[in-house]
Design a protein around this ligand. Structure first.
Ligand code: PSU
Ligand code: MN
Length: 304
């Protein structure tokens, strides 16, 4: 059987040379952002990474091929095609055999990145524990999956559509280290401070690289999560945020939205009800994470 994972020649060569590579997910542009902005954001992320001298490895499934290092054409196809599915890790082999196009979640992207030897990954917001999880058991597979991978993942925390304190509890249970980038306020994605604190702050990519090398040297296999807030002057107005969120949660409940449809539904609601401001903030957050991820990839490059 041929290798089911395709790694682009550019990513393969960079990894072989010990050059910096940054993994990027695809669900953010297949399901997390509206068209046509999704394609612009995906392309801009790649360009931003390249401008810093880092090779971008956008990851997704194209006509059944799980791919690390999508081409510009492939990113365009996943951004515009009909019937693109959202693939978490469990869905990947099925989507592959069925020849589907799929955006890969953080869980699926992280796994495929690791398989290819990519160690740093930037995203917008992680999946986490949904509100009401005590009844629904709805916790993203992102958490247990990252807990078994040797990655660094940069995010702006989890979106406030989730239950942030419960998510932080699960990070602790799963041995997922979380550090704040230049803060101990855990970010709330759209807002710089979720109101919950974390224990440790890191101040530079070099310090993050030192933590990763120490972790690896101790044989600890678990993702280091970097919580990177957006500057508070760029955040969504907290009062608007709280109001719209409350209505979004009520609408999801009233319409019986559940399972893997919940996140896209709530994000879409927020975008419409804030006249696109949540979307601008989302894009801004992602830019910041991509930039920090690229700097961490540089700090880690060429080190075992
Ligand atoms: N959070 C966001 N936007 C997103 C996602 C999360 O703010 O688009 C996507 C990511 O790909 C994440 C996935 O991995 O949703 C989590 O989905 P679920 O809760 O179904 O595991
Ligand atoms: Mn879920």
């Amino acid at each position: 059987m041929p290798d089911p994972l395709a790694v682009s020649p550019e990513v393969r060569d960079a990894l072989a040379a010990g050059a910096p590579v940054l993994a990027l997910e695809s669900t953010i542009f297949t399901h997390g952002l509206p068209r046509p902005r999704n394609l612009d954001v995906a392309m801009e992320a790649e360009a931003r990474v390249r401008a810093l001298g880092v090779v971008p490895a956008t990851i997704g499934i194209v006509e059944g091929r799980p791919t690390v290092g999508l081409t510009v054409d492939e990113i365009a196809r996943l951004s515009t095609a009909d019937g693109v599915v959202k693939a978490s890790l469990r869905d990947v082999p099925v989507a592959a055999v069925k020849g589907r196009n799929a955006g890969t979640t953080v869980a699926a992207t992280g796994h495929l990145a690791s398989q290819a030897g990519v160690r740093v990954f930037a995203t917008g917001g992680l999946g986490g524990v949904h509100r009401g999880a005590a009844q629904t058991f709805d916790e993203s597979a992102d958490l247990p999956t990252l807990a078994g991978l040797p990655l660094v993942v940069v995010s702006a925390g989890v979106k406030s559509i989730l239950d942030i304190p419960l998510t932080l509890e699960r990070l602790e249970t799963l041995n997922l280290t979380v550090v704040g980038y230049r803060t101990t306020d855990y970010p709330g994605f759209y807002v710089a401070d979720s109101g919950h604190d974390i224990e440790y702050q890191v101040d530079s990519p070099a310090e993050i690289a030192a933590i990763v090398r120490t972790r690896d040297g101790l044989g600890i296999v678990s993702t280091l999560l970097i919580a990177n807030p957006l500057p508070s002057e760029r955040q969504l107005d907290p009062a608007l945020h709280d109001d719209v969120l409350e209505r979004a949660l009520a609408a999801a409940d009233a319409q019986g939205v559940a399972g893997h449809d919940t996140t896209p539904f709530l994000l879409d609601f927020l975008q419409r009800e804030t006249d696109g401001r949540s979307l601008d903030v989302n894009v801004e957050v992602y830019r910041g994470n991509v930039e920090l991820g690229a700097r961490i990839a540089i700090a880690l490059a060429g080190t075992a």
